[in-house]
Design a protein around this ligand. Structure first.
Ligand SMILES: NC(=O)c1ccc[n+]([C@@H]2O[C@H](COP(=O)([O-])OP(=O)(O)OC[C@H]3O[C@@H](n4cnc5c(N)ncnc54)[C@H](O)[C@@H]3O)[C@@H](O)[C@H]2O)c1
Ligand SMILES: [Zn+2]
Length: 361
């Protein structure tokens, strides 16, 4: 029997989100229904609502979630009912050319549930990032469920499903930050602060947080930033150079995704350094750079999809480190809210008042 449950949708571009009845089918072959326990409010949800990702409205929002598997469809072996899981939005398919080449963290396939969740009138919903988790139950591909220690607190664990994993991985996997390196992180929301916490864990010795909001910079210090720069008050590139002996940082992470922040990242890295773009630009944005500078500065200009993570490797590892008190996962949860408060949470995110609001169900 399909279930009818409450969920949060964005019906049209820019319109306030609504809590509505959502019909969740029984899991088909290779699918699982998960009772969502917690789901973080990520900037990407707001991008969807603003039409910045695509225009396949209505969207079922939410994608940073943890919960318990309720039912699985035929042929599912990865998980079983009762498993505590974090949902991932890039399940490794095992068959595409990246997987075949032994680089599953770059899996190119989209591996989501094939049946749609719908409104009660049958209108299909587009689930954010192929998940859709501001909803009491959601239907996903079984491969999107990653089992972790059930002792973990769902509100914190769910954040590994997107923002915290993306930020951590941008620094640690994509940027390959290591002991004694210097790193600057531009934009210290949930994603940027996770990059800072990851760099601290990996042993970076200079960790420069850049933001336009002093509250975010204060949080960045708590996550391990050794220096902070308010780029409304001082030039970010000059400040990063000054704090790195005049050279620039080994790795600069752009966790905003705008031409001006990318340009700062480009010029604020040391020769042969690495720029990591993890913030997601909207389709209207463009950048022009002198090609000679691109050549002359050497190094690497990289993008980080989902922190180049491997959910089966990285989610349990980070849950374990958090349980041991070595990774401050719980500190990313600024507040817990109900399904009806997602619109307010967008507002708070926009004003910079929260790192993460997390919907608890
Ligand atoms: N690559 C991925 O896989 C991935 C995953 C999750 C989120 N994201 C993206 O990462 C970005 C950040 O997400 P978030 O949830 O941390 O958002 P957020 O809104 O919590 O944080 C953004 C931060 O950037 C700061 N900021 C804005 N403009 C700035 C500027 N010009 N200079 C310096 N700081 C500036 C804001 O003050 C805020 O602290 C978003 O674009 C989101 O879509 C990417
Ligand atoms: Zn996200």
């Amino acid at each position: 029997m399909p279930s009818t449950v409450k969920g949060v949708i964005a019906r049209s571009k820019g319109a306030p989100v609504e809590v509505v009845d959502v019909v969740v089918p029984e899991p088909g072959p290779g699918e699982a229904v998960v009772q969502v326990q917690a789901c973080g409010v990520c900037h990407t949800d707001l991008h969807y609502r603003e039409g910045g990702i695509n225009d396949e409205f209505p969207f079922l929002l939410g994608h940073e979630a943890a919960g318990v598997v309720e039912a699985v469809g035929p042929g599912v072996t990865e998980v079983e009912p009762g498993d505590f899981v974090i949902l991932n939005w890039r399940a490794v398919c095992g068959q595409c050319r990246a997987c075949a080449n032994g680089r599953p963290q770059y899996c190119f396939a989209t591996h989501n549930a094939t049946q749609p969740m719908t409104l009660t009138d049958g209108t299909p919903l587009s689930p954010a990032l192929g998940i859709g988790a501001f909803v009491e139950k959601t239907l996903v591909a079984a491969g999107q469920c990653t089992k972790v220690d059930p002792q973990a607190h769902a509100a914190a664990a769910g954040l590994l499903g997107c923002g915290v994993m993306a930020g951590f991985g941008a620094a640690v996997n994509t940027g390959a930050i290591g002991r004694g390196d210097s790193i600057a992180v531009i934009g210290c929301g949930g994603v940027g602060n996770a990059a800072i916490a990851g760099a601290a864990l990996a042993g970076a010795s200079t960790i420069i947080a850049v933001d336009v909001d002093d509250q975010k910079l204060q949080w960045a210090k708590d996550f391990g930033a050794t220096h902070t720069v308010n780029s409304r008050e001082e030039d970010a590139v000059e400040a990063i150079r000054r704090l790195t002996g005049g050279f620039g940082a080994d790795v600069v992470v752009d966790a905003v995704g705008r031409p001006e922040t990318y340009e700062q990242a480009f010029y604020a890295r040391d020769l042969a350094g690495t720029v990591v773009l993890v913030g997601v630009p909207t389709p209207d944005l463009e950048i022009t750079l002198p090609l000679l500078e691109v050549f002359g500065r050497g190094g690497a200009l990289k993008s980080s999809w989902y922190g180049d993570c491997l959910p089966s490797r990285d989610f349990p590892m980070l849950v374990d480190l958090a349980q041991q008190g070595r990774f401050p996962l719980a500190d990313f949860v600024t507040e817990t809210i109900g399904l009806k408060e997602v619109e307010e949470a967008f507002e708070k995110m926009h004003k910079g008042e929260v790192l993460r609001s997390v919907v608890e169900l």
